[in-house]
Design a protein around this ligand. Structure first.
Ligand SMILES: *Cc1c(COP(=O)(O)O)cnc(C)c1O
Length: 400
């Protein structure tokens, strides 16, 4: 091995599954196999001159864990390799990533366009937070390209979208929206949480920035919060680098270590979850009392063709409508024995959520119905349980 214990291959040219296990690994002088957890705030310098060189940038080593940390850097480099991005910055949560990706690009007098169907807290940042600092925003129906075109103004700095959307799993045409953004002189940020880095590559589709809540599939085992922002080196340096260093939403090295180990199994987990989701979606569609199943991998999904073009699978999430409105959905959810009621997603454990009364409770009734979040809608995050056990659980719940 070379003295730095680095692999002798160009990992960037290899497959995602290989990158997930080896990408970004740097080893200490012990040559440890498993990624080391550098639970340290600071770094010691041999001399005053060495400290000076770190601070003036002539020696690129670590300074302070709010800026960077070896374990966090491994996570960032593994994510950058997987995403095909030049640069990545980790954050303490997905919301820290989304907030920094937007705030880093705008100043008072600028304008932002976003799809209406956004994760609740993302919608808060766009609708409530940015305007407080003089940044106006327009929300559009993300599936209607004419609305994106019409919303762009000379001062529009960036577009934000999520696809598939949460919770109704609509598909937005990332390539087309990126093109509209670029013609308008704006950038496109894609929140790629629901698709996962395994099944959708927004940078290849023309996006300028991709953000993840690593809390979801990247951890995948319900343990810790984390986020990551990915883009070109210039996008990250110009917009994100200083904002994160100076304002401090840093990922803890411990969480970075958990997420690194999560990445090792991401490919396996997401592939299995998506395969189970496809089977389960078909089974749900045949059950009594379920009036509609929304799964991007099913031919009856309104944007099935676009989903097939843009995503490598139908994904790990299903939405479905239970007859009888809120009472019907509550009774159905309460009858599930294996699937847990929670508001998270991407976990090894399957999770059912009633969006209207939990994740999307903050929205007005009108805003909810505009998004298709009906009282009978349930969202399902498919876990790693055996497909037949999940199908049995839903079947007994549907029979009442
Ligand atoms: C969970 C989630 C977020 C926020 O991530 P946190 O890690 O909870 O801060 C943002 N966007 C989407 C689509 C999410 O599912």
């Amino acid at each position: 091995m070379p003295p730095d214990h680095q692999p002798r291959l160009d990992l960037a040219a290899l497959h995602a599954d290989t990158q997930l296990v080896h990408g970004g690994t740097t080893r200490s002088s012990f040559g440890e196999m498993s990624e080391a957890l550098f639970l340290t705030q600071g770094f010691a310098y041999d001399t005053m001159e060495a400290a000076e060189a770190r601070f003036d940038g002539s020696d690129p080593g670590f300074i302070y864990s709010r800026f960077s940390n070896p374990t966090v850097a491994m996570f960032e480099q593994r994510m950058a390799m997987l995403e095909g991005a030049e640069a990545a910055r980790a954050t303490a949560s997905g919301m820290a990533a989304v907030t920094a990706a937007l705030m880093g690009q705008v100043r008072a007098g600028d304008h932002v366009v976003a799809a209406k169907a956004l994760f609740g807290s993302c919608r808060y940042v766009v609708e409530d937070l940015l305007p407080r600092f003089g940044v106006e925003s327009t929300l559009v129906d993300g599936t209607d390209l004419a609305q994106w075109r019409a919303a762009a103004r000379p001062n529009t700095k960036t577009f934000l979208l999520e696809s598939p959307t949460n919770p109704t799993l609509e598909i937005i045409d990332v390539e087309a929206v990126a093109d509209i953004a670029h013609r308008a002189g704006a950038t496109l940020v894609v929140d790629n949480v629901l698709a996962t880095p395994m099944h959708q590559k927004p940078l290849r589709l023309g996006a300028d920035c991709v953000v993840y809540s690593a809390t979801k599939h990247i951890d995948g085992q319900g343990r810790c919060l984390g986020g990551v922002i990915l883009g070109s080196a210039s996008f990250i340096n110009d917009n994100i680098h200083n904002l994160l260093r100076q304002t401090g939403p840093a990922l803890s090295p411990f969480n970075a270590w958990v997420l690194l180990k999560g990445l090792e199994t991401l490919g396996l987990r997401v592939e299995r979850q998506a395969r189970t989701a496809a089977r389960l979606a078909d089974a749900l569609a045949r059950l009594p009392g379920i009036s509609r199943v929304l799964y991007p991998g099913r031919p009856d999904h309104p944007q099935h063709a676009l989903a097939q073009r843009q995503m490598a699978s139908g994904g790990t999430m299903i939405a479905f409508e239970v007859e009888g409105g809120k009472a019907g959905a509550f009774a159905f959810g309460n009858r599930l024995r294996l699937v847990r009621i929670s508001n998270n997603l991407g976990d090894a454990k399957s999770i059912v959520t009633h969006p209207a009364t939990t994740t999307h409770q903050r929205l007005t009734l009108e805003a909810r119905s505009e998004l298709g979040i009906t009282p009978g809608l349930l969202r399902l995050s498919v876990g790693l349980e055996h497909a037949e056990d999940l199908i049995s659980d839903f079947t007994q719940a549907a029979r009442g």
